[in-house]
Design a binder for this molecule. Sequence first.
Ligand code: ADP
Ligand code: TYD
Length: 207
Amino acid sequence: MFITFEGIDGSGKSTQLSKIYQKLLLDGHQVIQTFEPGDTTFGKQLRQQLTQNSLDGQAELLSFLLDRSIHITTCIKPALAQGKIVLCDRYHDSTIAYQIKAKALKASWLPLWEKENLLLPNLTFLFSLPLPVIIDRLKQRQKTKQVNSQAILAHFDNNIELLTKVQKSYLSLAEANPERICVINAALSIEEITQQIYNKITSLLSV
Ligand code: ADP
Ligand code: TYD
């Protein structure tokens, strides 16, 4: 089963992903946690370029898709083929929300790329909460995260107008895909959210 975690920066995705990973492991499931941009040579380069703001729009879009192709081939598909549950922090909905909808990058060819290359998640959790709460959390997190992440934050997170558009775009994606995307009220406590996500996953695993 392929499960993705989506939402704007600071919405609590990685906190929940690691908690769910631990719970599923304890239950005896075979599970991996992964993320995009990925933990590959290319993914690292992409993060570096994002921090330096050195990519134009098309290069940024194509880079996220290339990173995704590598990730699907080298990590996600092999893990699924071994029967593992794959928990992924950000995936294709991020590209739709950030590059296509919020940044309005032109990509009339994208539906064809998706048809021929994209592996759709079975389930996506979309973390949604008011922007002011997110901004407070990001300020807190900036004090603790690594330098690399801080620079990425400078590229994306400090742009409130962009984040507002991203948030709206995510919600319209959820409306269009109610069977796949489960919207989580990310203002709830960490424990409550973990329980909701865990219940949803285990109910699907038992079908
Ligand atoms: P993301 O991976 O979506 O960028 P994080 O999981 O890193 O977000 O969370 C951002 C910050 O918010 C962290 O400091 C984290 O401890 C805190 N946080 C996460 N979930 C909650 C929650 N439900 N309530 C309050 N704070 C939270
Ligand atoms: P990261 O620090 O991993 O984000 P998070 O806040 O989720 O911990 O930074 C990744 C950034 O890259 C984030 O701002 C969203 C952005 N991004 C895109 O714009 N498009 C994409 O397709 C992906 C995967 C990420």
